[in-house]
Design a protein around this ligand. Structure first.
Ligand SMILES: Cc1cc2nc3c(=O)[nH]c(=O)nc-3n(C[C@H](O)[C@H](O)[C@H](O)COP(=O)(O)OP(=O)(O)OC[C@H]3O[C@@H](n4cnc5c(N)ncnc54)[C@H](O)[C@@H]3O)c2cc1C
Length: 349
């Protein structure tokens, strides 16, 4: 059977789209540049309910989380590998102001589902100032690089994965479909992360992408498995390695070159969290695709109904990609209405 849908980009967005089409038995081809460093490959894959300075529950968390759990477990079963790891998440409060805020927030009914009953006990020989924190439930981390590479292998064996840098001008659409390299598709879905800033059909979208940096760290946490956070987060991974992050840089010249001040400040915060020595073994940076004032963007282009997009996952790609990909696929295949919160056509500036 010939391919029906062309997906461009195999990050968290494109991969979830490919699986959603696969689940429905719809043929597809997914094309990726195969870059060594991308946002999805660098990401820590954290999925966290209570976030930010305001200590609120992340928008529509319960809905996205339920779907993400099911989705990654299903992919894992299909590929006989585990990608998603539920973990306790301990947020330590930074200062008096945060403690005061938490005292006001802690009884909020919307938080209760996500709060562990007991105050977290941390090893005072490992963690500096381990008091004044709370532990979150229904948090997890996704091993993004394992998930992306196993998915790629699966799509390759289906003959549905190609390496290419697709130029927008080579993808021609008409009211009935799309042509690329002499092949015909019903739709093209661009899932190309922050590179979409240069897509000629998206020049009206207010992208405000941010460079982020993550550190790989060697430190002895004495068996601590929970994700820890005070000013920065620290993720103990299943293979014994640690990752710490992350920074946000809104202006940058080189997407792989973080500012030394940002990296230094992250290192300092990490060292103020840990009591023992920590050795930084690697620094990785990539750009998060963010659309100003929006949680994400999906839908078709207003003037090109066969050209669709999934973008703007920001710092929540692991959590939201499975739900957004299903929603977009149902829209394209079944004509299901798009949630206006994400509809590309409702977001014209
Ligand atoms: C430092 C850092 C930490 C992060 N931590 C987390 C976290 O803890 N939890 C979380 O959920 N998210 C995290 N994120 C955010 C997460 O990485 C993003 O939400 C997600 O990766 C975006 O996925 P994407 O598929 O839209 O984009 P990308 O990952 O950028 O994927 C786009 C893909 O398209 C390809 N591509 C682009 N243009 C073309 C073209 N013309 N032809 C062919 N291929 C093309 C690219 O090569 C790439 O493979 C983090 C990001 C960073 C930078």
């Amino acid at each position: 059977m010939s391919a029906r849908v062309l997906i461009i980009g195999q990050g968290l967005a494109g991969t979830a789209l490919a699986w959603r089409l696969w689940e429905r038995g719809v043929p597809f081809v997914i094309v990726d540049r195969d870059e060594a460093v991308t946002c999805s490959k660098v990401a820590a894959g954290l999925i966290t309910p209570i976030t930010g300075m305001r200590l609120t529950v992340s928008w529509r968390y319960a809905i996205f989380y339920r779907e993400a759990l099911r989705f990654y477990r299903h992919c894992g079963r299909r590929l006989e590998q585990r990608f998603l790891f539920p973990r306790g998440y301990v947020r330590l409060l930074k200062n008096e102001k945060e403690i005061e805020k938490w005292e006001k927030r802690r009884c909020d009914p919307e938080l209760q589902t996500f709060l562990h009953r007991r105050t977290p006990q941390l090893d005072a020989d490992v963690i500096e100032n381990p008091q004044n924190g709370f532990q979150q439930r229904h948090a997890a981390w996704l091993d993004t690089s394992a998930y992306l590479s196993a998915s790629r292998h699966h799509f390759e064996t289906l003959g549905a994965w190609l390496r290419a840098d697709v130029r927008p001008e080579d993808v021609r659409d008409d009211p009935e479909g799309v042509d690329w390299k002499g092949q015909r598709f019903t739709h093209v879905i661009w899932a190309q992360g922050w590179s979409a800033e240069n897509h000629p059909l998206l020049q009206w979208v207010p992208f405000q992408s941010a460079l982020g940096t993550i550190l790989s760290v060697v430190a002895d946490l004495r068996g601590e498995k929970r994700i820890l956070n005070r000013g920065c987060w620290l993720l103990p991974r299943a293979d014994g390695t640690l990752r710490a992050g992350s920074t946000y840089e809104w202006t940058f010249d080189d997407p792989n070159m973080p500012s030394p001040e940002q990296v230094q400040s992250l290192e300092q915060t990490l060292r103020s969290l840990l009591k023992g020595p920590a050795r930084i073994t690697a620094t990785q940076s990539a750009v998060r695709p963010i659309v100003k004032g929006r949680q994400a963007l999906i839908g078709t282009h207003p003037a090109h109904p066969r050209v669709a997009f999934l973008n703007g996952l920001g710092s929540k790609g692991s959590l939201r990609a499975p739900w957004l990909a299903r929603h977009l696929v149902e829209h394209l295949l079944d004509g299901a209405p798009l949630d206006p919160e994400f509809d590309l056509q409702d977001n014209r500036v």
